[in-house]
Write a protein that binds this ligand. Structure first.
Ligand code: PLP
Length: 393
């Protein structure tokens, strides 16, 4: 029996894989750039990029060459030793952002765990115990570990798995009075924010308010951290979204698109936090693995001013098309991170799009688009045409 057919893979999945995902009935076997093919030979335009991961598309040649060469040289040596790709990647991240140090993990949640630990240690070193609360925003998403679930500002994520680590509190974006009052209690060490809240429907947090929040935090010596797990690595039209928000965080985290399809997360520290974590304070067996780091170098090398300009232009084109599509409302987002509401349920839009050869994502009741940074214009045009057909009232 051929176990690679759609039916056989779905049967093995149903029998042997924990049912934590509601997967679409598609088995992908091959891809090229922004196109994917399933086991039945059907072709799709990819406007999801594996949820903002495959920054330059599927099987990108430059990425493949970098990853294959490193896999053939040294695939892993543990963080007891140095490797050139990890050191080079850290230097690239710091030089591109004006930051000073990087800790590498394997995922967004782990990058955020590192940020949470660092913010708490900063405060405990400087002020002693009791000042450990981390403020996050309502509607945020920060990961699936216990601490990052606790950090996530959505009640739906705070069920079943308790007790959760304590020391998190949530502020409605834009509510300056609530933030000021919460800071005044004197038990906060940090604030962690997403600038565009991807998982809750691509909600762009107001730039001026973020500047006010960062300033208020500074007044209380409360560290200001940005979760760039989804928004980072060129997605919003700047290398990191905070670079268009007129702020300079004390630390930021990223993952997803960083290594173009390999698991890599990073917590990046400014001068204020660079030396908070010392030997033995944190670690990861695979974090900053040289193959993942080589992949990430091949991604970061190409996210230059010209590429970012194209991301903005493509984002504007797609936004215009969506805004002019009957049946689509409330288009939001930055760069190539866009969301919208439709008259049909988002899941139905995604299923109908898939039936017509287009992959889109949902986030709550919204449709979400995260195409590769280099998606060719003609594929964006085709994607917008399909969305127009599917969403028409
Ligand atoms: C903003 C944000 N933070 C953290 C995470 C968690 O990342 P990971 O799934 O790599 O742990 C996600 C994932 O969607 C995210 O969007």
């Amino acid at each position: 029996m051929n176990r690679n057919t759609t039916a056989a893979v779905m049967a093995d999945d149903a029998n042997y894989i924990a049912h934590t995902y509601s997967r679409a009935p598609v088995v992908f076997v091959r891809g090229q750039g922004s196109r994917l093919w399933d086991a039945d030979g059907r072709e799709y335009i990819d406007c999801g990029s594996g949820i903002a991961v495959t920054s330059f598309g599927i099987a990108d040649e430059q990425w493949q060459a970098a990853v294959s060469a490193q896999a053939a040289a040294v695939q892993h040596v543990s963080n007891l030793y140095h490797t050139a790709p990890q050191a080079r990647l850290a230097a690239m991240l710091c030089e591109a952002t004006g930051m000073q140090k990087v800790f590498f993990g394997n995922s967004g949640a782990e990058a955020n765990e590192c940020a949470i630990k660092a913010m708490r240690k900063y405060s405990s070193d400087k002020y002693g115990p009791g000042r450990h609360t981390i403020l996050t925003l309502k509607h945020s998403f920060h990961g699936r570990t216990l601490a990052t679930l606790a950090a996530t500002g959505q009640d739906a994520f705070h069920k079943h798995f308790g007790p959760f680590p304590e020391g998190f509190d949530y502020i409605e974006p834009g509510d300056t009075a609530a933030l000021a009052a919460r800071l005044k209690r004197g038990d906060c060490c940090g604030m962690l924010v997403e600038l565009v809240q991807g998982e809750s429907g691509v909600r762009v947090v107001d730039k001026q308010w973020i500047q006010v929040a960062a300033q208020l935090c500074r007044q209380w010596d409360v560290l200001f951290a940005v979760d760039e797990v989804q928004t980072g690595n060129g997605r919003t039209g700047t290398l990191y979204a905070w670079q268009q928000y007129g702020i300079r965080p004390d630390l930021f985290t990223t993952a997803k698109g960083l290594a173009g399809g390999l698991p890599l997360g990073a917590c990046v520290f400014a001068a204020s936090t660079a030396d908070v974590l010392g030997p033995g304070d944190h670690g990861s067996t695979f974090g900053g693995n040289p193959v993942c780091a080589a992949g990430a170098i091949s991604i970061l090398e190409r996210i230059d001013a010209a590429l970012l300009e194209k991301v903005k232009q493509k984002g504007e084109y797609l936004r215009r098309r969506l805004e002019n599509t009957p049946g689509i409302t409330d288009v939001s987002g930055l760069g190539l991170m866009l969301g919208f509401s439709a008259q049909k349920p988002a899941a139905q839009v995604a299923a109908e799009c898939r039936g017509k050869g287009l992959l889109v994502l949902t986030a709550h009741d919204r449709v979400r688009l995260l195409p590769a940074l280099n998606i060719p214009h003609h594929l964006l045009e085709q994607a917008a045409d399909i969305l127009q057909e599917v969403c028409k009232p």
